[in-house]
Ligand binder design. Sequence first.
Ligand code: UD1
Length: 342
Amino acid sequence: MNKKNKILITGGAGYIGSHTVVELQQKGHEVIIIDDLSNSNSSVIDAIEKITGIKPAFYNFNLCDKKELSTFFSKEKNIDAVIHFAAHKAVGESVNEPLKYYHNNLSSLINLLEEMKENNVKKIVFSSSCAVYGEPDRLPVNENAPLKKATSPYGNTKQINEDILSDTAKASNIRAISLRYFNPIGAHHSQLIGELPNGIPNNLAPFITQTAIGKREQLMVNGNDYNTPDGTCIRDYIHVVDIAKAHIIAIQRLLENKNKSSFEIFNLGTGRGNSVLEVIKSFEKVSGKKLNYKIVGRRVGDIEKIYADSTLASVELNWKADKTMDDMMLSAWEWEVKLAEK
Ligand code: UD1
């Protein structure tokens, strides 16, 4: 184990954040969470403690509150690095409520970077998305692909956030890594943390498991008239723990000054594209349940197909996703079953 570092995780009670907190604690790092619980629950903090035996320090506020954030940094000294997850993330909602997305996702990063500069915190890993590519010309898509116009305000906030980071890194001693996730699904093998959306899920995997368990009546498959083999959209689904592990490597890279430029970008995907119907098929296979679904119209803001070329992450970070679609759907299902027992 390397030196024990003090890492701030914004959005640490959220889906990817909580899995990353667990991995960091298990590597011996001290973790502090800021989360406003807008799309999570304080029970996640207890669940993290159950897994690792360590209760992370937890501050409940929104990063747009600059005063709270300044007070936080004046209390919590000697933070070595930040992983910034906290953001709104529903593509469809962002189309209907763009200002909510621009305000929250941009102000929170700007406030965070200002406080980092003020308090001499120089390393940040940013939670980006394949949404920055828009509808790519060539697949699999790599980090050098030109960024097309994002198909949603959500995707646009990720593009702008990357520009903010890149410009800030150029003009200061802040060093940043942006991780562009494809579609994280699945849950921790302990079945103590997983995806826990408030209200009706926007994303496919929790909608499938909630339908199968009886919380939702029917899954709506958004469109079967896309130019794909079965007509449904194609995505690169990746296990959330594989994603979490990449953050540990990225943060270590920054802490050891092994980054090759002031702002680096890595795709995190499996390189495999699966259609919505293939995901459903995998779910039915591993759960033994028949899913109630129907085909409806396309969803606004959706792109047709995207999957990753993650060669750069494999060469530079020595990272590779190793879970299969069936592993992912099984873990998502076991988590849903466990939730229902509570
Ligand atoms: C998008 C982003 C992703 C981001 C995520 C955060 C893109 C390409 N990807 O994922 O980077 O991390 O938002 O939320 O913009 N679907 C249904 N019925 C449903 C729900 C989803 O058919 O009830 C379909 C969608 O049309 C899509 C696929 O399932 O084809 C995956 O959707 P979802 O899980 O919401 O993720 P993305 O929108 O791809």
